[in-house]
Design a protein around this ligand. Structure first.
Ligand SMILES: *Cc1c(COP(=O)(O)O)cnc(C)c1O
Length: 371
């Protein structure tokens, strides 16, 4: 079977291999069969390995949903009565966590700072010192809205120093930037299958400390479908998801994990970095500007400023590239006009070179100035 290969430069879902796509074509199976529970057991174990989580301390809990379900679950399930969440907020995805806190009426502090910079650690510490009731510190690892990589190891250390747990949204870094939950002081991390693992959308997972999940049995419950303890307990009892799992996505994820381990953590990291550097080179060559200091970039997302040219039209350039198999994506910075080029997925340097050929053609077609 010949499947058209599209190069997705959006921040997920990412370009997948044909073998991952085809892994979804399987005989029909009822997910309540033992055979399927066995597959999920292996999958959960492999997820622990991706983040170097010791199996006697951490567990992986699967959910059917997009990545945002994990943010919702961690916040609504892991906050004890009378305690507060500290959200370290330097971008759109941390703001999403603040919105979840607002929806559930969770006591929280929204420690907002510039989206162009890393958080001010002295201020984080001061906030923890002054608020003894903070039980959870929350921060994105890679803020996908801008491409800023946050210092989670330091944030986690501070959280622990003040007796709080550390929850990190690692949706757009897990499986791409090496993560070690013990060394990085992460109690809970999360992702969806369609980003770093290069599988399909529909499956999300939380990897976290089992003792804390067990303790959360006695925390206030704020949701039925998205309660972490309930799902964990069901997995423990039956090996299955409480409700219908995304069956075909699970087959794809199992194949994607095989390919992840075959490529290797360091080699995959290096490949994404090659792609990122090729993106920067292409942008520089055209004389376009980026908005984030490369020193604090994740190496996975590049936020590019709209050129100062009345002929620039993101939609037109997008459509031109899209027709040629390349997808570019709008920015998420409210104060400046940007678009994003991302280094996720099963792509490599030659794909970026090919992309810039189409992109340059688009600029010339619409008479947009470039170097
Ligand atoms: C993609 C992403 C999510 C989840 O987004 P969905 O659209 O729900 O899949 C959450 N956090 C971060 C940092 C992300 O990049």
């Amino acid at each position: 079977m010949q499947i058209k290969r599209n190069i997705l430069l959006n921040p997920g879902p990412a370009t997948t291999t044909d073998s991952v796509k085809l892994a979804q074509v399987v005989p029909d199976i009822c997910p309540r069969e033992k055979e399927f529970a066995g597959l999920m057991k292996g999958l959960r174990n492999d997820l622990l390995k991706v983040v170097h989580a010791p199996a006697d301390q951490y567990t992986a809990v699967l959910f059917c949903g997009s990545g945002t379900i994990n943010i919702d679950i961690c916040l609504n399930s892991l906050l004890p009565e009378g305690k507060k969440v500290l959200v370290i907020n330097n971008g759109a995805y941390n703001t999403r966590a603040v919105e979840v806190c607002q929806m559930y009426h969770l006591p929280h502090i929204d420690l907002k700072s510039s989206v162009f910079e890393r958080p001010d650690m002295a201020l984080v510490e001061k906030t923890l010192q002054e608020n003894g009731d903070i039980a959870m510190v929350y921060c994105c690892h890679h803020e996908t809205g801008t491409g800023v990589l946050n210092p989670i190891r330091e944030i986690g250390a501070l959280a622990h120093k003040y007796g709080a747990i550390f929850v990190s949204d690692t949706t757009s870094s897990l499986g791409m930037i090496p993560l070690d939950v013990i060394k990085d002081n992460v109690d809970f991390c999360m992702a969806s299958a369609q980003k770093g693992l290069m599988a399909m959308s529909g499956l999300s997972f939380i990897i976290g400390r089992e003792d804390i999940i067990r303790a959360s049995k006695n925390y206030p419950t704020r949701s039925y479908y998205t309660n972490l303890y309930l799902q964990y307990e069901y997995f423990e009892k039956t090996g299955e998801m409480h409700f219908t799992p995304p069956v075909q996505t699970i087959y794809a994820t199992i194949q994607a994990l095989k390919e992840y381990f075959a490529e290797g953590e360091e080699a995959k990291f290096a490949r994404h970095h090659r792609v990122y550097e090729a993106i920067h080179r292409g942008i520089d060559k055209l004389g376009f500007e980026t908005v984030i200091d490369p020193k604090i970039e994740s190496g996975l997302v590049v936020s590019v400023k709209y050129p100062d040219d009345p002929n620039w039209d993101f939609e037109k350039v997008h459509d031109y590239c899209f027709e040629r198999g390349f997808t570019i994506y709008p920015g998420k910075i409210s104060t400046s006009n940007t678009f994003r080029l991302c280094a996720l997925g099963a792509i490599d340097e030659p794909d970026i070179v090919a992309f810039f050929e189409s992109f340059t053609e688009a600029l010339d077609t619409f008479k947009i100035k470039h170097r």
